[in-house]
Design a protein around this ligand. Structure first.
Ligand code: BDP
Length: 684
């Protein structure tokens, strides 16, 4: 039977290795739960299903068993055991002939069970001594799903939430979604687009959201709502939404109470304010802190929090968008209520394939900062190009900010250890949709998986994560696993090579953000054009962020200024992020900038062709439907890598006035011809 991918990485197909199977079977007589709790019940059911599928055993669920030979699920108060565990951490160990999964919390037991299942799925034999704790407390997906079923920047069909069917019909996908997230330790989800409709705060929708929250709760997942700051006006009929207006504050207080009547453990609000046309406190001359603190006050009687996004920038043709969030928020450092987390995108611009880390990380000692990654691949090939994102997430998290000396990595800012943040937060913009396989490209599932695994433990290597995912999703053949892992590891550098080499950024097609449009000169705002960023001219290429005009580099530490700030020492991957480099300048590779640029664009295409060939060799190991789907997408990717290459090389050539190096075959079409491809995208 062809595999449609709907089971994600939770396939639970019978394992073939008899020795491995036997090692686990000694604990499959029963699954015992000590207390009557929905999460423990779901945990037991998951194990039961997993054992049946993977090991072929029929295992009963019992309460408080005193025999040996089973799995015991327990929420433990034994301090000797749980002291070293974070709240949702777990320990798995053998005791009195049973395998015990123990945690301080029910959710922790669930995560332990999924760890056990993952080990069976990935061909590992039984280990009776496992301890694991999450490094970050709130591990969250942000859905950009709209009430009408569309998904902003969604490339896998329509929304998974069927608002028209809710609250009465519970789509089985909600449960599958909850299981998939719980298997990774994801414990929070905001269900609607940050460009939010007030509709989600109406009683009618709260009833629907409650139905979703009820499904997700036993899996340890809290629901958040993205709110529209203007709701007191649009929904409450007030004259203003000024956060300092007593009537407005009262409205939010009451609304927050009302939400809790539906969802007692409501996670909280996620807010995009005064950004890209969304309303916010600045509309009334107030600050982001005024807005966020008003919502925090409404949340005071409850456990929920307020997540306030820092993705803000002004349309200033002479400014540098790189600095704007930093500059707007810097005077507010220390002014946010303790219930507020400021959620900052990984980089200063906007989820570009490679961005330097956001300079807010490490520079806001008195503000609780969370990080936001984008799992959906808006700028990363959407659902046609194969790009595995774990290396990108890790590159950011592992970078040293030097804010408290060497070793002050972004990860340590985020996990709360550097600046004492008990509400540590990592969020990923979801890539889920109604497609049978959830994510469009079969490999896009790996990005959801990788995000969740890194949210739990950012020290995991991207190779290990890929290996797990491949084993659970595609094949457990050792040789094939190595080859697929190689494809995945090469995929991101390959993508960057034919799109944004050497630190180029933001040159994609207008609006749809797909394909190249480096010639984009006019848009609704100057910072939505491409020329704003690449600054190509007769002298050279790149955004000088050291110069007088921007000087954004100065937002970083002294150590970073010594490397990224110096064109001689700057990592070539970031070069054009910070420097305007002359076309004929010799780089550390021995090539001039122009040559290096050409080589990288051309090499990107060659690498895609290699990925294609490598994939073909894997046919015997991969399910037919998945194989064909990836194969076809790689053909599109190859075609479009040539599109990117030709567009950028031909466009920049007009500035460099230099020939394409002899060893490369020049594009067989003109720039005008390439431009036509983009025009098709804009046809109505
Ligand atoms: C940009 C997207 C836009 C989002 C925005 C955001 O193009 O659709 O609304 O980010 O994060 O990348 O708010």
């Amino acid at each position: 039977m062809a595999d449609d991918g709907s089971r994600l990485w939770l396939k639970y197909d019978l394992i073939k290795d008899q020795k491995q199977k036997l090692s686990y079977q000694k604990y499959t007589k029963f699954i015992s739960i000590s207390a009557n709790h929905p999460t423990l019940q779901k945990t037991a059911e998951e194990l039961q299903m997993g054992f049946a599928g993977l090991l072929g055993t029929k295992t009963n669920i019992v309460s408080n068993n005193s025999q040996a030979g089973g799995v015991v699920l327990e929420v433990s108060t034994n301090q000797a055991l749980t002291n070293d565990l974070a709240n949702d951490g777990f320990a798995i160990f053998a005791q009195k002939g049973n395998l015990v999964i123990s945690s301080k919390s029910e959710a922790g037991v669930l995560y332990g069970a999924f760890e056990l299942l993952r080990r069976i799925q990935t061909g590992q034999s039984l280990n009776e001594n496992i301890v694991s704790s999450p490094k970050i407390k709130i591990r969250m997906l942000n859905h950009w799903d709209n009430a009408n079923g569309t998904v902003e920047r969604g490339y896998a069909g329509s929304s998974i939430w069927k608002w028209n069917e809710l609250p009465f019909r519970i789509d089985p996908r909600y449960i599958a979604y909850a299981r998939a997230n719980a298997s990774l330790g994801i414990n929070a989800t905001s269900i609607n687009n940050v460009n939010a409709s007030s509709r989600f705060l109406t009683a009618e929708y709260l009833e629907k959201i409650k139905a979703v929250a009820d499904v997700l709760r036993p899996y340890g997942i809290k629901v958040f709502i993205s709110v529209n700051f203007r709701s007191p006006r649009t929904l409450g009929g007030l004259k203003t939404s000024d956060p300092l207006d007593p009537e407005v504050r009262k409205w939010w207080n009451e609304k927050t109470k009302e939400i809790h009547q539906y969802i007692p453990d409501f996670g909280g609000y996620l807010v995009k304010a005064n950004s890209e046309g969304e309303p916010g406190p600045q509309d009334y001359g107030r600050t982001h802190a005024d807005g966020a603190n008003m919502l925090a006050e409404a949340m005071k009687p409850f456990s929920g929090i307020v997540i306030w996004r820092a993705f803000v920038y002004n349309a200033d043709p002479n400014g540098d968008r790189f600095k704007e969030a930093y500059e707007q928020f810097k005077p507010l450092d220390g002014k946010f209520d303790e219930k507020v987390i400021v959620q900052v995108k990984n980089g200063p611009i906007d989820f570009m394939p490679r961005e330097p880390f956001h300079p807010m990380f490490g520079n806001f000692p008195n503000t609780k900062l969370g990080i936001e990654f984008q799992i959906t691949q808006e700028y990363l090939g959407q659902s046609t190009h194969l790009t595995y994102l774990a290396p990108m997430f890790k590159e950011c998290l592992d970078t040293d900010t030097y804010s408290k000396g060497k070793g002050s990595t972004v990860a340590k800012v985020i996990d709360g250890s550097l600046y004492n943040n008990p509400n540590s937060l990592i969020a990923g913009v979801a890539n889920t949709g109604s497609d049978a396989n959830w994510c469009g490209h079969p490999f896009n599932q790996a990005n959801w998986y990788a995000f969740g695994r890194l949210a739990w433990d950012y020290t995991l290597s991207s190779e290990k994560i890929a290996n797990e995912w491949i084993g659970m999703t595609l094949t457990n053949d050792e040789k094939a696993k190595i080859q697929i892992n190689e494809i995945m590891q090469k995929s991101l550098p390959t993508y960057i090579s034919y799109t944004y080499p050497l630190g180029l950024h933001h040159m994609m097609g207008e609006g749809h953000h797909y394909g190249p449009e480096p010639w984009l000169t006019k848009a609704a705002r100057p910072d939505w054009t491409s020329i704003y960023y690449h600054k190509a001219d007769s002298v050279g290429l790149g955004f000088d962020r050291t110069g007088k005009l921007s000087n954004a580099i100065k937002l970083y530490s002294k150590e970073i200024n010594e490397t990224w700030g110096n064109p001689e020492k700057c990592d070539l991957n970031y070069l054009l992020w910070f420097h305007h480099i002359a076309w004929n300048k010799k780089l550390s590779t021995g090539n001039t900038l122009w040559e290096e640029l050409c080589y990288r664009y051309y090499n990107g295409v060659v690498e895609v062709q290699k990925l294609q060939k490598d994939w073909l060799k894997l046919q015997p190991y991969i399910d037919t439907e998945t194989f064909a789907s990836v194969n076809a997408r790689l053909k599109t990717q190859e075609k479009e890598s040539i599109w990117w290459r030709d567009a950028c090389v031909l466009y920049f050539k007009d500035f460099s006035k230099m020939p394409i190096p002899n060893s490369l075959t020049p594009p067989n079409r003109s720039l005008e011809e390439v431009k036509k491809i983009v025009e098709i995208y804009h046809l109505r």
